[in-house]
Ligand binder design. Sequence first.
Ligand code: MN
Length: 281
Amino acid sequence: MYDIIGDIHGHADELELLLAKLDYQRIDGVWQHAERTLISVGDLIDRGPQQKRTVDILKSMAEHGAAHVIQGNHEFNAVAFATVDEQGEPLRPHTKKNQEQHQKFLLVAQSDPAWYQQTIEWFKSLPILLELADFRVVHACWHPESIAVLKQYANDNFVLHEDAWIAANQDGHPLYTALEVLMKGWEIQLPDGCSFLDFANHPRNKIRTRWWLQHAADYQQFAISVPDITMLPKKQVDNKLMVGYDNNKPLFIGHYWLEGIPCCLSEHIACLDWSVTERGL
Ligand SMILES: [Mn+2]
């Protein structure tokens, strides 16, 4: 049996409360359960107050066989931030915005470089998705075309090859595009001239979508994670921009920072990310 948990984002106290609630016990420093295995949908880091403890809890569980952890976009970005190309340039530029998003994690990194190095190596070893006999897990979007691309650059367990990290961060490379879809979701451009303000008040002209919808929808119905949905047009979305889900197996995702009373996104899809962190942080 499995317990699947959502984006923790540095909230180790809440993670331990949840593990205790799920009847896991800390034995010799490692949280575990005699009959159950934990699955994390990724995004362990950034935002929250306990970056190191959160990583250490889940890493020790994974090493003990008590948990499976996949990469979220935050782990992927952390590796890219810490890795340089042949010219010595970081794969993820150290811009002000990228540093700010990563600040809480970088503070720990600076105070404990050895831990930082080991953590980045562990992040690199995490799969991008899980396909088990009875269900699937990916951070944001299950998209067969993107998974086919990923397979060319990953091992049988969907762990990226060491030498694929450069391509994975090259804007326009097929692997870059595939990973964007799998870990950040299916995003589409708004019609010309349309934009909205996101939770950080940044204007955007691309929306995150309810990619699993199979039928025609307008932009307001298709969008997710938009603070004021009325800023979007009621115009119908072109069917070619809708990918849908094959419904072959139940799917578990995170990423979408949902609010309200938890419910399934569709008959076959559950999102586990119901905002341990307040929005706007
Ligand atoms: Mn995410």
